[in-house]
Design a protein around this ligand. Structure first.
Ligand SMILES: Cc1cc2nc3c(=O)[nH]c(=O)nc-3n(C[C@H](O)[C@H](O)[C@H](O)COP(=O)(O)O)c2cc1C
Length: 298
């Protein structure tokens, strides 16, 4: 009996130490190059919501406390990521299966920092477990400031149509702001989502890839009901080149230009000659080569 008790105490101590170690490593890493780049915030980016992953309430709240002084305005907790590695760890969308833990993570983090804490969730884990409204209520009870809902289950990943009805149910269930997410690709779809669900804001995912103008489109369409014209080819080309220069400045020549390849593929989707350009883009190794290719093909 005594031995069992001692064993439990030792295990508890070990876990506490391990948690402390994990948090210290994360915070130390903040000084490391990669994480620092991930946490880099440009003064013109405002307001910024910074997102954390995690399933241990102590670790998530300690991390939040450790980074609170960085210049971001909102702390978001990811409960929507479908990636197997993340789900296996009980993090991301796996948390949708554990309402009690959701409460603990959110309430502990809310108490640990002064900045508002929001949560990104999904429709549910799979079709048999659709519980976005239940989880949103728990987030609210735990002190969460807002909730963003992606209308797909974890099993769907990013495929199929997003279920806006579930976003409407979440909106009905809570009084904190609800941000709808899934398949918003234009001013029209944004307004349609807001009308159908009553959500307070929309979140854009893939439609922003290679299309930074979508935010202007939404704002203008919302005000006037008229679609602004897509920028002309020359303007899109200039945007790609500017993006490439900034990417190289930020990530260095080697990584910067390689990361730019996927962005160019997104920017040029649907443009004349884009299929051929996409074939060639993966061979581009420098800014000059990119400029030459765009001038030649577009
Ligand atoms: C490549 C990729 C990376 C993503 N990374 C994140 C992430 O780090 N955090 C997050 O909350 N959502 C992430 N998402 C999900 C999007 O925020 C969004 O929920 C999803 O794409 C559905 O919206 P959409 O139909 O407008 O694309 C990611 C999506 C994609 C395609």
């Amino acid at each position: 009996m005594e031995w069992n008790h001692e064993k439990e105490e030792l295990e508890k101590m070990y876990h506490e130490k391990l948690k402390k170690y994990v948090v210290e490593c994360f915070l130390k890493q903040q000084g490391a190059k990669n994480t620092k780049a991930l946490l880099a915030i440009h003064p013109e980016e405002y307001p910024v919501s910074l997102q954390l992953f995690g399933s241990d309430p102590d670790i998530v709240s300690e991390m939040a406390k450790g980074i609170e002084e960085l210049p971001f305005q909102i702390l978001d907790i990811n409960m929507g990521c479908p990636v197997p590695k993340v789900v296996k760890n009980g993090e991301g969308s796996a948390l949708m299966k554990n309402p009690k833990l959701v409460y603990q993570i959110v309430s502990k983090t809310v108490k640990a920092i002064r900045k508002p804490v929001t949560v990104k969730i999904r429709k549910g884990f799979d079709d048999m477990h659709v519980n976005a409204a239940e989880i949103a209520k728990i987030v609210e009870e735990a002190g969460g400031a807002a909730v963003a809902v992606h209308g797909r289950t974890r099993e769907q990943y990013y495929s199929g149509k997003a279920d806006w009805e579930v976003i409407r149910q979440v909106k009905e269930a809570v009084s904190i702001p609800v941000i709808g997410n899934g398949d918003v690709v234009s001013g029209e779809t944004a307004l349609a989502m807001m009308k159908q669900t009553g959500c307070d804001g929309v979140m854009i995912g893939r439609a922003a890839q290679g299309n930074p103008w979508i935010f202007r489109e939404l704002a203008e369409y919302g005000k006037t009901g008229v679609h602004p014209e897509m920028p002309a080819k020359e303007m899109r080309k200039n945007a790609m080149l500017r993006h490439a220069r900034l990417q190289i400045e930020f990530k260095g020549k080697y990584l910067g230009i390689r990361e730019m390849r996927k962005h160019v593929a997104w920017y040029t989707k649907g443009m004349e000659g884009s299929a051929k350009l996409r074939e060639a883009i993966n061979r581009v190794e420098s800014y000059d080569e990119l400029e030459e290719l765009l001038n030649e093909r577009l």
